[in-house]
Write a protein that binds this ligand. Structure first.
Ligand SMILES: Cc1ncc(COP(=O)(O)O)c(C=O)c1O
Length: 400
C-alpha cells in the first residue's frame, strides 16, 4: 500500500473547532458514574449523596480552573444551551425588574447567540443592536460605545470566533460594559482552553463553555454566572443548579467536563507548543502556494492558536470539504452547525469580503494528534484540489 493510500484510510482530523476526541483520562474519570455511582444528586439517601458530592467536587474543580467561585458554575446540556440561558435569562430578568430591554450582540456570533437575539427581538419585543466587525472579524470598541443606551441590559460578544478564529477585545468590551452598568456575556467556547482565566478579576458577568471543544464529552455545557447577576431560568421544573436550570444532573458528563477543563489547564503549554507551529505552517504555506486563489481570513495574529481559516476565490467551500474528505482529510467550513449549507458565509460577508470569496471558506483546526507529515499531505492535497476545481470553474465560465 502506498503512503497515499495509507493516509486515505487513516483520516486526518483537522476539525477540532467542531469537536475533539474525548481524552482517555476523561473517559476513565466518567466510567464509575454510569452504572456504579449512578445516583441522582437530588436524592436523599447515601447513593444520591455520593453523586451530589461528586458533582460538587467537579463544580469546585471548574471554579478553581476559571478563578471563580463554585456557586457561579451552572451545568447545562451544551454550549448552545448556555448561550440561550445567558441571553434569555438576563433579558427576562432585566425586563421583570423594570430595567432595560435593549440587547447588543456582534454580527459574527455563533447562531446560538445570534438566533436567540433575533428571536428575543422578533417574538418577545426586545430591542436589538447587531454590531458590525472590521475586516479581520473584530468588534470595534467605538461601535460598542456608540450602541450603548440607557436601556441597554446586556452585551454579548464572543471571546473568539469559531469560523475565522479572531479573538475579540472581550476584556475591553467587558470593562466598558461594566463602567456603564451593563451586563457582559461572552461565548468563550472556542477560547476557553487556550488561556488562563481569573474570572474573579475579569470583567465578565456570564461566560459560555462547551467541554467537547477541549477533549471533554458532548452533551454538557457550562454557564458561569457572576454572583449577584439576576437570571430567570429558561428550563423550568426542579430547583437544580440553584433554580437556574431544571433537570436531573447528568453526573458522568459533569465529571467529564471538569476533568477535561482541569487537563486543559494542566497541559495548556504543552498543547499550545504542539498546535502553534502546525497552525502557522498552514497559515503561511497555503496562501503562498495559491497566491491568486487563497487568502487568510480572520486576524493575522489575534487569533486562536489552533485555528487556520481561508477563503478560496470562486469556489464552494462544500465542494472543497467533499474532495478533502475523499482524500482522507476531515476539515470544516465554519460552524459545525452550518457545514453543508451552500449559501455564502454570513461571517465572511460581515468581514466585507466580495462575493467571489464568500462561498469558499475553509477552516483547518489542529489538535493534539496532528503531525507535520499530516500537514505536508494536507497542504499538497488542498493545492491539488483547488487547482482542479478552479480549472473546472474557469471551464464552466468559458462555456457559459
Ligand atoms: C463559538 C461557539 N459557540 C457555541 C457553540 C455551540 O456549542 P454546542 O455545540 O456545545 O452547543 C459552538 C459550537 O460550534 C461554537 O463554536
Amino acid at each position: 500500500m502506498t503512503a497515499d493510500n495509507n493516509m486515505r484510510q487513516n483520516a486526518i482530523y483537522l476539525d477540532h473547532s467542531a469537536t475533539t476526541p474525548v481524552h482517555p483520562a476523561v473517559v476513565a474519570a466518567m466510567a464509575p458514574f454510569w452504572a456504579e455511582q449512578f445516583g441522582n444528586p437530588s436524592s436523599h439517601h447515601r447513593i444520591g449523596y455520593q453523586a451530589a458530592r461528586a458533582v460538587e467536587k467537579a463544580r469546585r474543580t471548574v471554579a478553581e480552573v476559571l478563578g471563580t467561585d463554585p456557586e457561579t458554575i451552572v451545568f447545562t446540556g451544551c454550549g448552545s444551551e448556555s448561550n440561550n440561558l445567558a441571553l434569555r435569562g438576563a433579558m427576562t430578568a432585566s425586563k421583570a425588574a423594570g430595567r432595560g430591554e435593549h440587547l447588543i450582540v456582534s454580527a459574527i456570533e455563533h447562531s446560538a447567540v445570534l438566533e436567540t437575539a433575533r428571536q428575543l427581538r422578533d417574538y418577545f419585543g426586545y430591542e436589538l443592536t447587531i454590531l458590525p466587525v472590521d475586516r479581520f472579524g473584530r468588534v470595534r470598541i467605538s461601535d460598542v460605545e456608540a450602541a450603548i443606551r440607557p436601556e441597554t441590559a446586556l452585551i454579548s460578544v464572543m471571546a473568539a470566533n469559531n469560523e475565522v478564529g479572531s479573538v475579540q477585545p472581550w476584556a475591553e468590551i467587558g470593562a466598558l460594559a461594566r463602567s456603564r452598568g451593563v451586563l457582559f456575556h461572552t461565548d468563550a467556547v472556542q477560547l476557553v482552553a487556550a488561556r488562563q482565566w481569573q474570572l474573579n478579576a475579569e470583567p465578565v458577568d456570564l461566560m459560555t463553555i462547551a467541554p467537547h471543544k477541549f477533549y471533554g464529552p458532548k452533551g454538557v455545557g457550562i454557564l458561569v454566572v457572576r454572583s449577584g447577576v439576576d437570571l430567570v431560568s429558561s428550563q423550568t421544573g426542579g430547583s437544580q443548579e440553584n433554580g437556574r436550570r431544571a433537570g436531573t444532573l447528568n453526573v458522568p458528563l459533569i465529571i467529564g467536563a471538569a476533568e477535561a477543563l482541569r487537563l486543559a489547564a494542566a497541559e495548556r503549554e504543552e498543547r499550545l507548543a504542539h498546535v502553534l507551529p502546525l497552525r502557522d505552517r498552514l497559515l503561511a504555506e497555503l496562501p503562498a502556494a495559491l497566491p491568486d486563489q487563497c487568502i487568510v481570513t480572520g486576524h493575522p495574529t489575534e487569533r486562536l492558536p489552533h485555528h487556520a481559516s481561508f477563503a478560496f476565490r470562486n469556489l464552494s467551500g462544500n465542494d472543497l470539504l467533499i474532495h478533502l474528505d475523499v482524500a482522507g482529510i476531515a476539515a470544516g467550513s465554519g460552524s459545525a452547525c452550518s457545514s453543508g449549507d451552500p449559501k455564502p458565509s454570513a461571517v465572511l460577508q460581515a468581514l466585507g469580503l466580495s462575493p467571489e470569496w464568500t462561498t469558499g471558506g475553509l477552516r483547518l483546526t489542529v489538535g493534539a494528534q496532528n503531525t507535520d507529515a499530516e500537514i505536508d499531505y494536507t497542504l499538497g492535497k488542498i493545492v491539488e484540489i483547488v487547482l482542479k476545481l478552479s480549472a473546472l470553474e474557469a471551464g464552466y465560465q468559458v462555456v457559459a
